[in-house]
Design a protein around this ligand. Structure first.
Ligand SMILES: [Zn+2]
Length: 404
């Protein structure tokens, strides 16, 4: 388990370098705005919410125009993407929203753009130079401990300028691993996830249905049809168009999977889950009818994105073997396994009569399987719970209703 904190440290900036930092800050803000403008205009009718996607479209132009440091340009794209993501979130909730406008005196430094030393840091600045600034904090303060103790690992930071006091403050993200000697004895709540090539891309054991896989397939087919037509033409301009529609489709799918992975991790967080469990589908083709390379890529990419987002929340991602997860009845105390139990989207247990959405049933089994595996391996007395729609079930099958 990871503990995350923000250390806020006043900086003493040499007087002859204050303007450089200010100019860097203004340039960063302009670059962020330009990324956001481009993302808001969108791609194929969709607001762009992926920093990588924004970079592919306008990184070179923005760097050329602004002269911003390469790492800060990357950070500006991510910063803009986060803001756009917030807008999309509001749209989905049916709220009013408008294009993000950046006015604050903030520069975002990723770990390449800032280096931490004892007592001072080195910040990337305008024109490729670095600015050294000393930390100013009372001794023995918690901020001093965050910054000086090796236990806390320093990550990226935000530099903020306070106009009134004419002062620069550095907000540093720090983290440390929680000692886990007794950790295994903690309560572990497990979210099972079933991934699919049609219908919903992912269904959780808590009953969240995420991502329209049919839309993903439709877009893919549309792209392939266009590509095939262009390939027949065989001209140089057709070849260039193939490249550009290929890039556009790659961008679109990445955004699509970004949204789905974000929703999935949000579900895990809202259900207090400590572990997300997928099936190992990466190398198994026979379970997926017509499994194409593209679908395998989408499954892999979804898992990769979920893993990276879950990590930030201190949630681990695990896998189990997929055998029988779609045939087994997930009803507590039943577990009857038979191929006749499943008919397309509908799962009806031939023994106990339980009726569930097939994917939801599979997701519950995936989490169940993980818990059984852990219990068999005798993992240090931890108590495992299976996160369900309206409560949790532990490894013994005891049910506890949700406290909500
Ligand atoms: Zn049953």
């Amino acid at each position: 388990m990871e503990i995350n904190r923000t250390a806020v440290v006043k900086l003493s900036v040499p007087s002859d370098r204050r303007d450089d930092l200010k100019r860097t800050m203004n340039t960063f803000r302009n670059a962020t705005q330009r990324f956001a403008d481009r993302g808001w205009d969108g791609d194929d009718g969709y607001v762009i919410t992926s920093g990588n996607h924004l970079q592919r479209l306008v990184y070179d132009d923005i760097r050329d125009d602004t002269g911003l440091h390469a790492d800060l340009t990357v950070a500006a794209a991510d910063h803009a993407a986060n803001a756009l993501d917030g807008c999309v979130e509001k749209m989905k909730a049916g709220e009013r929203t408008s294009k993000p406008v950046f006015t604050s005196n903030t520069t975002v430094y990723n770990t390449n753009a800032i280096t931490y030393f004892d007592g001072y840091c080195s910040l990337a600045a305008y024109g490729g130079s670095r600015v050294h600034a000393e930390y100013v904090y009372p001794d023995d303060s918690i901020q001093a401990e965050y910054m000086e103790s090796d236990e806390w690992q320093k990550q990226g930071a935000k530099l903020r300028y306070d106009h009134q006091s004419d002062t620069y403050y550095l907000h540093v993200s720090v983290k440390k691993e929680r000692e886990d000697s007794s950790g295994e004895a903690e309560n572990q709540t497990v979210l099972g996830v079933d991934r699919n090539v049609d219908g919903y891309l992912a269904v959780t054991s808590t009953g969240a249905f995420i991502g329209n896989a049919d839309l993903l397939n439709h877009k893919r087919r549309e792209y392939e049809r266009r590509r095939a037509r262009l390939q027949q033409q065989g001209t140089r301009s057709a070849h260039l168009t193939i490249q550009s529609i290929g890039d556009a489709f790659a961008n679109w799918s990445e955004d699509f999977l970004h949204q789905a992975s974000k929703e999935l991790v949000k579900e895990a967080v809202s259900q207090n889950c400590t572990t997300i469990v997928f099936e190992e589908l990466e190398n198994i083709r026979d379970r997926i009818s017509n499994a194409s390379k593209f679908q395998q890529w989408a499954f892999n990419e979804l898992k990769r994105q979920v893993t990276s987002k879950a990590k930030q929340q201190g949630i681990s991602v695990e896998t189990v073997h997929p055998a029988y997860t779609s045939q087994r009845c997930s009803e507590t105390g039943c577990g009857f396994t038979h191929e006749d139990n499943r008919d397309g989207d509908v799962f009806v247990c031939q023994k106990c009569g339980k009726e569930l959405h097939s994917d939801y049933n599979a997701a519950r089994n995936i989490a169940h399987k993980y818990i059984q595996n852990r219990r068999k391996s005798g993992s240090g007395g931890a108590t495992y719970h299976l996160a369900l729609k309206s409560g949790t079930v532990n490894g013994n099958g005891d049910y506890s209703p949700s406290t909500v």
